[in-house]
Design a protein around this ligand. Structure first.
Ligand code: ATP
Length: 683
């Protein structure tokens, strides 16, 4: 690969603070790795161990590690002197133990070295564990105590006039999570919300005060639980607060690293941005900072990504160091780059959304453009199934192209379901990458139905459900399965029962690689559960039923590589960040931007700093709503951010393709609907 002058300039820049601001596919990740090698080459006293390299996901960490491994290996191979050879061998060996990680692991490494810590709002033991749901325990415990107190004091609970208790708990949980992921000062929000509550009508006032009272108690209780168990949001918050209030610890961190690199900085959170400013301050011993990002690809607001923080850092680096840019897109066909530019040129800023577009430069300037090769529409009428039409289109393509050229990118995991069913039916090999809806898959729900039938074969409902599962077909008789297995049911472990079902029904021969991999994963989960606490089939069914009902987040099984390398990939647009595929297919483009995202029950009012709510009266049939006074205002402030973020999600999706984009939508999509299909139209 021949680096361009602008790429070389970035690699060789010597300023202590550098931000590389560049669009998709311009080589940001590429130059980040090459800069690391360049610094090590230039300074014999420097090692990868003196650097902290922060990525956004574990997958990105692996990708970066393997790119560095390749470059170090090449260096080692081409070295002429023994000393140099020894040095690069050491660097290669150091790759697995150096600080290349997500920001959370970076914070964990800092906290691990600190020891016990006590201050006003940070206290923890050095033996803390990472528990992803420690806040849930806080909510459960506080709720129980609070309800009990209200009963004893014979006080009514306003929320219970509107919603059942489990729903109320969910509201509190969502509100608390919202405040935490945004990194907001919870005490301040509580104070503001209480202040504005006085302006509300009597019912709304009572509801607001109740909600705030619970959040305050959860917040205080959670603080005590954190002594032993932090969750990942706490890692960032605690790390920042400790570094801020303890200069000795901050000095230790500054002295440990000589260089800090951050990839995908557009998805930075408030605490991450503030922490980086602390560590990389103006002092002599502070590490240098190298940050790459693209604000147009900031798509994680729901997880606390904060574009304001990015902009502040950009301003700060502009003052203290340099901001550089890269303009040429190396990923995509030149016509495709021009096509994507045209789409975003067309999107004009208005009251509803904004997209700050700066066009990408194609790697070659062409005088004659031909969009027919790089884009195609598959349009369905209202009744037609998009999944079926895409499967038929793909079957034709697969006659002359390998399946792994194609990737279907979805906005949400649940949208994959109909495609998974259709592809399975049509025998197209596919794999689902990183989707957290394992317990929502038909094969998993069907496994539960079969087990429920085997436990209670006399119940008609279970029989009917079981007979309609993927396990039963013309050649596989349900009754026969029961007769063969029932004498073993008391002695088999749940994993053995599943194994028997899979073998007896010969499901492997009839299912896709992904479906079978999920079934094997279920068997492994059953084995793990029995290993931990020796559970019965009955208990396993209870557990599985709870997981299915809760829609518990669990990734689908990885398809083993050796089985088939040639499959179509399914993933969400969010998971595809940083990746590239020859052909990208985008289904469901005619869907409206999620109403749930636009009108959630609980919202944070960005201007007032308050919590606002919109409750649907659970027991009313007419969709009766109770709104707090600032809700509508909060929605319109939020709507602007939601739509603008959706435009950025679309930008990420469109810029993943190397050769072609295939759009799937509805031929009668109303022109005034706010949806991807209308944003993409350039005619
Ligand atoms: N000078 C170059 N010549 C040829 N190919 C290049 C050059 N620079 C980068 N590439 C290739 O372009 C593609 C995009 O690079 P990279 O993934 O580093 O971009 P990025 O800016 O990080 O993209 P994104 O922001 O979309 O994740 C990769 O396949 C990379 O190998």
């Amino acid at each position: 690969m021949r680096l361009t002058d602008e790429q070389k300039a970035v690699i060789n820049e010597n300023s202590k603070k550098i931000l590389v601001k560049a669009g998709a596919g311009t080589g940001k990740t590429e130059i980040l790795t090459r800069r690391i090698i360049r610094l090590i080459e230039d300074d014999p006293t420097l090692s990868i161990r003196d650097m902290a390299i922060i990525t956004f996901t574990n997958k990105a960490t692996e990708e970066l590690q393997s790119r560095l491994k390749r470059l170090f290996y090449r260096k080692w191979k081409n070295c002429t002197s023994i000393a140099e050879k020894k040095r690069f061998r050491y660097e290669l060996e150091s790759l697995n133990s150096c600080q290349i990680s997500t920001i959370h692991k970076f914070c964990r490494a800092i906290l691990d070295e600190i020891g016990p810590y006590y201050s006003k709002d940070v206290l923890f033991s050095p033996n803390f564990q990472i528990k992803p749901d420690s806040h849930k325990k806080a909510i459960d415990d506080v709720f129980e105590i609070w309800i009990q107190q209200k009963k004893e004091q014979q006080k009514s609970i306003e929320h219970l006039n509107i919603m059942p208790i489990h729903k109320f708990k969910e509201v509190v949980s969502n509100a608390y999570e919202l405040l935490r992921t945004k990194g907001l000062d919870i005490a301040k929000v509580i104070k503001q919300t209480r202040r504005y509550a006085n302006l509300e009508d009597p019912i709304q006032r009572k509801l607001k005060i109740e909600l705030i009272e619970l959040i305050e108690q959860v917040y205080e209780y959670h603080l005590k639980l954190k002594y032993h168990s932090l969750d990942i949001d706490d890692l960032l918050e605690y790390c920042y607060k400790i570094l801020k209030e303890n200069p000795n610890i901050l000095e230790r961190v500054k002295n440990k690293y000589r260089h800090i690199f951050i990839d995908e900085f557009q998805d930075t959170s408030l605490y991450q941005a503030q922490m980086i400013q602390l560590i990389c301050d103006d002092s002599e011993n502070a590490p240098s900072l190298f940050v790459v990002g693209d604000l147009k690809q900031s798509i994680y607001e729901f997880r606390g990504a904060d574009t304001d923080s990015y902009s502040k850092i950009e301003k700060w680096i502009k003052e203290k160091g340099v901001v550089l840019s890269l303009s040429t897109n190396w990923r995509s066909e030149p016509d495709l780059v021009v096509f994507v530019n045209k789409i975003f040129d067309n999107i004009k800023e208005n009251k509803k959304y904004v997209f700050y577009h700066d066009p990408l430069k194609p790697r070659k300037n062409k005088t004659k453009l031909d969009f027919s090769k790089i884009s195609e529409w598959i349009l369905c009428n209202g009744e037609e199934s998009q999944a079926k039409k895409v499967a038929e289109w793909l079957k034709n393509e697969l006659k002359h192209k390998d399946a792994n050229n194609f990737c279907l990118l979805f906005r949400k995991n649940f949208e994959m379901r109909s495609f998974i069913e259709e592809f399975t039916k049509q025998g197209i090999q596919f794999r689902v990458v990183g989707s957290g809806d394992f317990f929502n898959q038909k094969e998993i729900i069907d496994s539960l139905k079969i087990i429920q039938y085997l436990k209670s074969p006399y119940l008609k409902q279970y029989f009917v459900e079981a007979i309609n599962t993927i396990f039963i077909d013309k050649e596989t008789d349900l009754q026969n399965l029961y007769e063969k297995i029932h004498s073993h049911l008391d002695t088999f472990t749940p994993a053995q029962t599943l194994d028997f079902i899979y073998k007896f029904t010969k499901i492997r021969e009839r299912s896709s690689t992904q479906v079978y991999a999920n079934l094997i994963k279920l068997k492994q989960l059953a084995r793990k559960l029995s290993f931990n606490e020796n559970i019965t089939l009955y208990q396993f069914a209870e557990w599985l039923s709870a997981m299915v009902q809760a829609g518990k987040d669990e990734p689908q099984a990885d398809v083993p590589k050796q089985e088939s390398n040639n499959y179509v990939t399914f993933m969400t647009i969010h998971k595809a960040k940083g990746l590239e595929f020859p052909v990208v297919i985008l289904p469901n483009l005619d869907q409206s931007i999620s109403q749930q995202a636009l009108n959630p029950e609980i919202l944070y009012h960005r201007d007032k700093g308050t919590l606002e709510f919109s409750y649907e009266k659970y027991y009313s049939q007419a969709g009766w709503r109770i709104l707090s006074r600032g809700y509508d205002e909060a929605v319109s402030l939020n709507q602007y951010h939601t739509y603008s973020e959706e435009l950025r999600v679309l930008y990420v999706a469109l810029t993943r393709a190397k050769e072609k984009l295939v759009f799937v939508g509805n031929e009668r999509c109303p022109k005034d609907k706010i949806c991807y299909q209308n944003w993409i139209r350039i005619d």
